[in-house]
Design a protein around this ligand. Structure first.
Ligand SMILES: *[C@@H]1O[C@H](CO)[C@@H](O)[C@H](O)[C@H]1NC(C)=O
Length: 288
């Protein structure tokens, strides 16, 4: 190597090292789909205490807890889990904030039984004593819990679908909870809003239909007079066409995150081509 080249190599490495140092301190937007827009802060900083350096790594670690976050056993469970893996970052502060001990305790009180029932004991990573108490003012405090009765899963059968994204898709009625056991409309609205930038790219004409049918499965009862099917999701074929058209754009928009597990197409029933479309035993629908 000539001395000229060596000099440039040295300069380039100094620049890249200082870039890493700076970006290591900058707050970045929370992007993982189970947390983005669903917790009361927007910025985090990696690496976290598990050594994850990208949100894709965090995504894979959080995926197993996603159903519990959606189940709604506690307002604080999502805050606890997201907060542990993607601690709150505040511009100008060198320290990130983890959830408070109280946040953890409320989540544990409400959710540990339900998890136990599904053979998942309260994980040792969620040990509440590891967290600072709220009075330290250096942690993310607890949210108020809803009354237990109210937080119980709401069942809705064939109600008007008022999700803002879902107007004009041809199906006006839906049922809840969805296949992820979500029934909190406000939370679903916020979760769906994550996909607005993807919708804005017009990557697929069926994206809106797909999202709406996933979050609030369609009810065919009110749409066609003969059928009484209250719960129908979009067909796998719609899912596949949406993923093919939008998957890479999603990845680019969200800093390399994989296509969310909720939208994995094997979850959705395949269209039965032999069946008469007016047959009432349909399990999935295609866009009109
Ligand atoms: C987080 O970002 C969203 C969308 O940009 C915004 O509506 C919301 O108010 C922000 N939340 C906080 C706590 O700053």
């Amino acid at each position: 190597m000539t001395s000229f080249n060596v000099k440039w190599v040295i300069i380039a490495s100094v620049i890249s090292i200082s870039l890493v140092a700076v970006s290591g301190q900058a707050c970045v937007r929370v992007e993982v789909p189970m947390c983005k827009g669903l917790i009361n802060y927007n910025f985090t900083r990696l690496p976290n205490k598990f050594g994850h350096t990208t949100q894709s790594e965090v995504y894979w670690a959080l995926q197993q807890w996603w159903p519990f976050m959606d189940m709604g056993c506690s307002q604080n469970l999502r805050l606890l889990i997201c907060g542990l893996y993607l601690p709150k970052c505040t511009t100008g502060s060198t320290q990130v904030q983890l959830p408070c001990r109280e946040t953890c305790r409320r989540a544990k009180n409400r959710c540990s039984q339900e998890m136990q029932r599904q053979n998942l004991p309260w994980s040792s990573q969620f040990r509440c004593s590891q967290f600072l108490p709220k009075r330290s003012r250096r942690c993310v405090g607890p949210l108020k819990e809803k009354k237990k009765k109210k937080s119980r899963r709401r069942h809705v059968t064939c109600q008007r679908n008022h999700l803002p994204m879902c107007s004009g898709i041809g199906y006006r009625f839906g049922s809840l909870p969805n296949m992820f056991l979500q029934s909190n409309i406000r939370e679903m609205k916020r979760e769906m809003a994550q996909y607005q930038p993807l919708l804005d790219t017009n990557c697929s004409p069926h994206l809106k239909f797909f999202l709406c049918g996933v979050f609030m499965p369609f009810c065919l009862k009110q749409e066609t007079s003969e059928c009484e099917v209250p719960f129908v999701v979009p067909c796998r074929e719609v899912c596949e066409s949406v993923q093919t058209s939008c998957g890479q754009i999603f990845e680019r928009q969200r800093g390399g995150l994989p296509w969310p597990g909720k939208f994995h197409c094997h979850r959705y029933p395949s269209r039965d081509y032999t069946r008469n479309p007016n047959d009432c035993s349909v399990s999935c629908v295609m866009p009109n």
